[in-house]
Design a protein around this ligand. Structure first.
Ligand SMILES: NC(=O)c1ccc[n+]([C@@H]2O[C@H](COP(=O)([O-])OP(=O)(O)OC[C@H]3O[C@@H](n4cnc5c(N)ncnc54)[C@H](OP(=O)(O)O)[C@@H]3O)[C@@H](O)[C@H]2O)c1
Length: 161
């Protein structure tokens, strides 16, 4: 079965970003993200790509934009359908990695959601109201505050039945 999966880190008020940046620095969330996405296609909007600043290594980076971007190491597409067509031809597991606009556009396609709930409130200008109604929680793991993590987190995996 093909998995079309959103992977997101989200605050207590559905916030995901501010001024085209993440809201926190949480190394174990980066590890969690890498563990899931490595070797798989990752689909992102042009602004998220600019925010990351370079292609993510070891993954097919599919960037959606209406513009022409000059950048090696990415697959540039102009629609979500084109992004899906390329990603599906490459792997059984496909990850949509943001941002606000792109998470929402793919809502009809997901069958899996990988969510890091960051236990805090943040000033933000990018949000995602995750549509969880038709998903079952399959996994959850609490990560406490420690010297490298200013906020506690909960790693969650949801799947459609
Ligand atoms: N917390 C998290 O897990 C997480 C993850 C990723 C991103 N973020 C945050 O999300 C924010 C960025 O979100 P955003 O909504 O501003 O930007 P975005 O979704 O990353 O990118 C939006 C851009 O993607 C292109 N695009 C999207 N859909 C398209 C379509 N159907 N056809 C053609 N082009 C399309 C357009 O680019 P053009 O304007 O070039 O046409 C559009 O301006 C940042 O704050 C970032 O830090 C958070």
């Amino acid at each position: 079965m093909q998995n079309i999966c959103a992977i997101v880190a989200i605050g207590e008020n559905n916030e995901i970003g501010f001024e085209n940046s993440l809201l926190w620095h949480l190394p174990d969330d980066f590890k969690w993200f890498k563990k899931h996405t490595l070797g798989c296609p990752v689909i992102m909007g042009r602004k998220t790509f600019e925010s990351i600043g370079k292609p993510l290594p070891g993954r097919l980076n599919i960037v959606i934009s209406s513009k022409s971007i000059q950048q090696e190491g990415i697959e540039l597409v102009q629609s979500i359908e084109q992004a899906l067509q390329i990603a599906k031809s490459q792997s059984k597991d496909i990850f949509v990695i943001g941002g606000q606009m792109v998470y929402k556009e793919f809502e009809d396609y997901y069958n899996k959601l990988i969510i890091t709930r960051v236990l805090g409130s943040f000033k933000a200008d990018a949000f995602w109201q995750i549509p969880l109604e038709s998903y079952d929680l399959k996994y959850s793991l609490f990560h406490p505050i420690d010297e490298k993590h200013r906020y506690a987190m909960e790693f969650c995996v949801y799947q459609k039945p």
